[in-house]
Design a protein around this ligand. Structure first.
Ligand SMILES: [Fe+2]
Length: 181
């Protein structure tokens, strides 16, 4: 399947790139995030979204360095554009809103901020900081906002250098189930 081949190729070529934490690769981060979604009995679409949420960093090599230079490279939009030919809103929306979900959570959950990694705190600033009350209310009306918030919480937990996960092929089944017909 074209979609699976493309996704596999991206992870093979760029999955070893390091994530914002030392010793955590992009592939490890993606697998940990998908595994957390699977363990909470999420839908195949949300597991797929969790696996692919940062693919914008892999297909755009400038994305990470631009954050370091104070520019928002909108990796969530780049991911959604890349994945749009194959997936519907149930996969695309949680990916598209996972950065806004961080802005939402930092505005609504006082404990959440303390969970953020150093890289996440840095990027939060570039991404606009916590939402205002009005932005919080607007965000809650967006389709799949709850899935975006779940994904965001797993995202923060998926940065362990040593956590064991199933391999990429394990999650391909969920991608198959999520591709739009
Ligand atoms: Fe992430």
């Amino acid at each position: 399947m074209e979609c699976i081949d493309n996704i596999r190729e991206v992870f093979i070529n760029f999955g070893r790139d390091h994530f914002d934490e030392k010793n955590v690769t992009q592939l490890n981060h993606a697998l940990q995030c998908a595994y957390l979604a699977e363990k909470e009995n999420s839908t195949p679409a949300l597991i797929t979204a969790s696996l692919l949420h940062d693919i914008g960093h892999l297909i755009n090599e400038n994305a990470r360095s631009s954050i370091e230079h104070g520019i928002d490279a909108e990796h969530e939009e780049k991911a959604a554009e890349f994945l749009m030919p194959w997936f519907g809103d149930d996969v695309l929306c949680p990916i598209r809103w996972h950065v806004d979900a961080k802005r939402y959570l930092t505005a609504t959950d006082p404990e959440y901020f303390s969970l953020l990694s150093e890289g996440s705190v840095k990027s939060l600033e570039v991404q606009g900081g916590p939402f205002s009350k009005k932005e919080v209310r607007e965000f809650e009306k967006i389709p799949y906002f709850e899935d975006a918030v779940k994904l965001r919480r797993w995202d923060e937990q998926a940065k362990s250098p040593s956590k064991a996960t199933p391999p990429l092929e394990h999650f391909v089944t969920y991608i198959h189930q999520s591709v739009k017909t």
